[in-house]
Design a protein around this ligand. Structure first.
Ligand code: ADP
Ligand code: MG
Length: 254
């Protein structure tokens, strides 16, 4: 299958007046089309730094990042980024928040507007199209943020702890919900999280990072014997517990 992302021997160090902070060391991995990769690692190990490099917000010290077989700089691959905070603008309605990226890209057409309505409808937000973000629950806001990202038709979706601002209960259902939407849309995705259960319930693979500077400690492929493979069903399987214990042990190895 086609590789959407290929990373080779990536290193990154922050240089500040206070000194040098090595954040990533010798990171190599690839992501195939349609794959959902979870990345876990201790807080402050370099997870967000890795996503910033993939999205082009930071430039690697050395090593290479290729998107669809081309170096990042030359690539026209559309990368979508979803963060912990939904960054919805309170003065805009949900519909107008969803259109924001299209506006920035000067791609607001009858066709893309009707796609916006279609996605809002599919994901249960159409009746809130004219509502302001504050009128929605935390989970619905995350859905709206996801619709705003999906409408740009990203080839690669980067998710940086997108559920961590939600309370535990909401987080379970929203994680399940968003995970299923991403699968349905057949998106290639990288989810960064410090929550093992979230990583195991959503991913095809879990990449475990070490303490800073992050190196890849292990990669675990996930397989579940389920007729209906959904995040919530996964949580109730014996495999889930085994994966949890395995990854927990890895993470706590010094
Ligand atoms: P994570 O997302 O895994 O919690 P980050 O990638 O945000 O970790 O950060 C990794 C390390 O790099 C941390 O020690 C952090 O303090 C440091 N760091 C992050 N951003 C900067 C920056 N702009 N300048 C200097 N150091 C930074
Ligand atoms: Mg982070």
């Amino acid at each position: 299958m086609k590789k959407v992302l290929e990373i080779h021997d990536l290193n990154y160090t922050y240089h500040t007046p206070e000194g040098e902070t090595p954040a990533l060391r010798d990171i190599s991995f690839s992501v195939k089309s349609g794959e959902f990769i979870s990345i876990v690692g201790p807080s402050g190990c370099g997870k967000s730094t890795l996503l910033s490099l993939i999205s082009g917000l930071l430039t690697p010290g050395d090593g290479t990042i290729q998107l669809m077989g081309k170096p990042l700089k030359e690539s026209r691959t559309n990368v979508g980024y979803m963060l912990q905070h939904d960054h919805l603008f309170e003065w805009r309605s949900i519909y107008h928040n969803v259109l924001l990226g299209l506006e920035i890209q000067h791609n607001l057409t009858a066709k893309t507007k009707s796609k916006a309505h279609e996605l809002l409808e599919t994901y249960g937000l159409e009746e809130f199209a004219n509502a302001k973000p504050s009128e929605l629950s935390g989970g619905m806001r995350q859905r709206a943020a996801l619709v705003r990202t999906l409408i740009l038709e990203p080839d690669l979706l980067l998710l940086d702890e997108p559920f961590s601002a939600l309370d535990y209960q909401t987080r379970l259902t929203v994680g399940d919900d968003i995970g299923q939407i991403i699968r349905r849309e057949k998106k290639t995705a990288i989810l960064v999280t410090h929550d093992l259960s979230e990583a195991i319930s959503l991913g095809d693979k879990v990449i475990i990072l070490s303490n800073r500077p992050a190196t890849i400690q292990q990669t675990v492929s996930l397989h579940f014997n389920l007729a209906q493979d959904t995040p919530l069903h996964r949580r109730n399987t014996p495999e889930f517990k085994d994966y949890f214990n395995l990854i927990w042990k890895e993470l706590n190895q010094k």
